[in-house]
Design a protein around this ligand. Structure first.
Ligand code: RP5
Length: 169
């Protein structure tokens, strides 16, 4: 078992300009009390650092990596090439092609090196998926995730009730 507080999820982003999007992943992990770390590194600008991070992440106790990057977004793929951990890729809308470039670069991995790719700017879902992955071996976390889903059902039901009242009051 990793020590209490040891990061279980590594959030990695290609630039600090990705932080407004990737912050949503951090917020979700905080809300589930999942310890995480967050790093800026780039497949292209800091390739050695990305390789070092990927090759050592599992030895430090990390269980899941979330990689957010825009434009020619190779960060998820570069990490996946060198880590045994599951990598969740978040294509970021940060260029002229509004994230479509990053989506294709992240999702179209060669056979044998998967990157589980979320929607463009889908960092919140990446973190929720990371929680679900961790919850497969953590019953308390699984129960919290079940409670999260139940709360979401209640929110939608409340929205439906408001719409009914407004339309047919
Ligand atoms: C990508 O280039 C980053 O992930 C970011 O989305 C984009 C722009 O980076 P900056 O020029 O803002 O550093 O590598």
């Amino acid at each position: 078992m990793p020590e209490e507080g040891t990061p279980l999820v590594g959030i990695v982003m290609g630039s600090d300009s990705d932080l407004p999007v990737m912050r949503k992943a951090a917020d979700i992990l905080k809300s589930f009390d999942v310890p995480f770390e967050i790093r800026v590194m780039s497949a292209h600008r800091t390739p050695e650092a990305a390789h070092e991070y990927a090759t050592t992440a599992h030895e430090r106790g990390l269980k899941v990596l979330i990689a957010g990057a825009g434009v020619a977004a190779h960060l998820g793929g570069v990490l996946a090439a060198s880590t045994p951990l599951p990598v969740l890729g978040v294509p970021i809308n940060s260029g002229a092609l509004q994230g479509l470039d990053a989506l294709l670069a992240t999702v179209q991995m060669p056979s044998g090196i998967p990157v589980g790719t979320l929607a463009i700017d889908g960092s919140k879902n990446a973190a929720l998926l990371a929680v679900q992955i961790l919850a497969t071996s953590d019953d308390a976390l699984r129960d919290r995730f079940i409670a999260y889903k139940k709360a979401m059902v209640e929110q939608v039901e409340a929205k439906n009730a408001r719409v009914q009242a407004e339309m047919f009051g």
